[in-house]
Design a protein around this ligand. Structure first.
Ligand code: ATP
Ligand code: MG
Length: 574
């Protein structure tokens, strides 16, 4: 119920229109069914050649109501009413199904967009703790299963309305027979509670296992090369196979509970109807026409009640995916990155880190670190692995916030600066090359509509990638393969540099960005960057002599502190 309320809250208008249309379809069907009793009376009377009890009960009520409307209740008229009822009901159902389809498409799209927006706007530190596979699973399988829960929930409501219509018409024909049937239907529903619980548990297990499976699968596929090269793919295979087997068990439980539910429904309905027919004819002496209509109505009602159970079963299986998805979205929304500053940044003078303290949880990385990156010049950071070089970059880009001290951009504290505007001034080449499975051009422009081929050409030239790109089969339009696997390590790095340069940033950050390049190529890129001195501030992390030699300033990071070093002394040391 909570799930359906959530859906109704999310789509109030559509839900209202759907509920009204469903009600109308129910009324139309009810009218059609009501016309059935006098019709059968006619048929049976003419066969038995004996007048039926036309002047009593529901039959009398219907014929009388028709007479009031000036309609002669002949066989032809009644048949027309029954057929019109069926036609109208189906017409309305067609309309409703179309609405349900559209609503679901909209609902799934909205969930996906909501998830995407929430995730992309989270704090970097939150993102760091997420498993990408889980997020991919939320986007792919959980949205679909959530939509499934929705379809089945809405269909369930429509069948509930249908059952109420059947029960109402049946009540008018014979209230005691109907009451008994409703009680029996509810009792069957109550007894199958255990099966529904089993389905709910199986659904929850599926949600959990699918998350875990996709997370592991993504991890494995991302590092499949070393696994294969060391013949260790079987290790990943074993874990994945074990989880797939568990998933299979959960699926079997779902199938088991569903099929048992279905298997008991028909025999139980038949037994109830058979007993009902016997009691009606032998003990209550009801007329045959009435009994036939009752059988028709009550079997329809019991079938609908069975369908309600089946649909509820499906909702129970898929429901957990919806809640899991909602949890992911709400959690991501709570972890939204706070962008409070509104000063538009410039980068004329410097980037200054002033007495920065920073810790990842318990692990202290900096305690009072200060350094200055002068504007328009090349500054290089060196230091042993794990000392905090990449962390400095994350502090400058505002992806991480210091616990003490502040980062100043031209004397404006980063907290006061519009972070989005600041980041748009940055070209960033991370330590790990991350190319998309797309063309060179799209990898450079990132699909930004404001950047064209000319910008990509400029950037590829500046990054020393132009020569090899023009030699590729389709030049800039060549697909680079999965994470750039069709290119060499050094070529990938140069595409990454081009990407960072294409939008003509004011600050270029290179985190070991030339580590895979030969000294000559690295020098040529460095020369190009140096020729941009004045317009471009470059902050490089590198141990290569090229970026240290050409630097205007070099900092060595050691024990959480930055010390400006003499290049000559350094050159001797490297
Ligand atoms: N997200 C994180 N959570 C916890 N600890 C982290 C995180 N990222 C980095 N660290 C730790 O912080 C320290 C500094 O990491 P950082 O990546 O800044 O080092 P680095 O100087 O760039 O090293 P390398 O030269 O190897 O790239 C390391 O000890 C690392 O283990
Ligand atoms: Mg690093």
């Amino acid at each position: 119920m909570r799930l359906l309320l959530a859906f109704v809250r999310a789509n109030p208008w559509r839900s209202l229109i759907m509920a009204s249309a469903l009600l109308l379809a129910g009324i139309v069907e009810g009218i059609g069914l009501a016309a059935m009793l006098p019709l059968l009376s006619f048929a049976i009377d003419s066969q038995a050649a004996a007048p039926a009890a036309k002047h009593s009960g529901f039959n009398y009520f219907v014929t009388n109501a028709l007479a009031q409307l000036g309609i002669e209740p002949t066989i032809g008229v009644l048949l027309v009413i029954v057929v019109i009822g069926i036609l109208l009901k189906n017409g309305l159902l067609l309309f409703i199904r179309k609405w349900i389809g559209y609503t679901i498409a909209e609902f799934t799209t909205r969930l996906r967009l909501e998830l995407l927006q929430a995730l992309l706007n989270t704090r970097w530190e939150y993102f760091l703790h997420q498993r990408i596979g889980n997020l991919a699973n939320a986007m792919a399988t959980e949205t679909l299963r959530a939509a499934d829960a929705y379809v089945n929930g809405v269909t369930m409501i429509s069948v509930v309305i249908q059952s109420i219509v059947y029960a109402t018409v049946a009540l008018l024909v014979s209230w005691h027979a109907t009451l008994v049937c409703v009680m029996v239907g509810l009792a069957i529903g109550y007894l199958s509670h255990g099966l529904i619980q089993m389905a709910r548990q199986a659904g929850k297990r599926q949600t959990r296992l699918l998350q875990s499976l996709l997370a592991r699968l993504t991890d494995t596929l991302q590092s499949v090369k070393p696994l294969k090269a060391m013949a260790r793919e079987n290790l990943a295979d074993a874990v994945l196979a074990a989880e797939t087997a568990q998933l299979n068990r959960a699926l079997r439980k779902e199938v088991f509970s569903r099929e048992i539910l279905k298997a008991v429904q028909e025999p139980l309905t038949s037994i109830v109807i058979a007993i009902g027919v016997y009691v009606s004819l032998v003990y209550w002496n009801l007329p045959l026409a009435k009994v036939i209509v009752l059988v028709l109505l009550l079997s329809k009602m019991l079938n609908s009640m069975g369908r309600i159970q089946n649909l509820y079963h499906k909702v129970a299986v898929c429901e957990s995916a919806y809640w899991s998805l909602q949890k992911t979205i709400r959690q991501a929304e709570r972890e939204r990155e706070v962008v409070s500053g509104n000063r538009i940044p410039t980068l004329e003078q410097s980037i200054r880190l002033d007495r920065i303290s920073f810790a990842y949880g318990e692990q202290q990385v900096f305690r009072g670190l200060s350094l200055t990156v002068p504007g328009g010049l090349l500054t290089t950071l060196i230091g042993p692995s794990g000392v905090g070089k990449t962390t400095i970059i994350d502090l400058i880009t505002g992806l991480l916030r210091p616990q003490g001290g502040e980062v100043f951009i031209d004397n404006a504290a980063l907290a006061q600066i519009d972070l989005k505007a600041w980041r748009r001034l940055i070209g960033y080449v991370p330590q790990e090359t991350m190319l998309f499975h797309d063309t060179v051009l799209n990898n450079v422009t990132l699909g930004d509509p404001e950047l064209g081929e000319a910008d990509a050409t400029y950037a590829l030239r500046a990054a020393g990638a132009w020569d090899f790109v023009t030699r590729l089969e389709q030049g800039m339009y060549t697909d680079v393969g999965e994470r750039g696997s069709k290119l060499s390590g050094g070529q990938r790095q140069r595409i990454m540099i081009a990407r960072a340069l294409a939008h003509r940033p004011r600050l270029l950050i290179l985190d070991e960005a030339t580590s895979a390049l030969d000294p000559e190529t690295a020098r040529s890129i460095c020369d190009t960057l140096c020729s941009l001195r004045g317009q471009l501030t470059v902050l490089a992390i590198s141990h290569q002599t090229t970026l240290v030699d050409s630097a205007d300033r070099v900092y060595r990071l050691q024990d959480g502190e930055a010390t400006a070093v003499d290049k000559q002394v350094l050159a001797d040391a490297i």
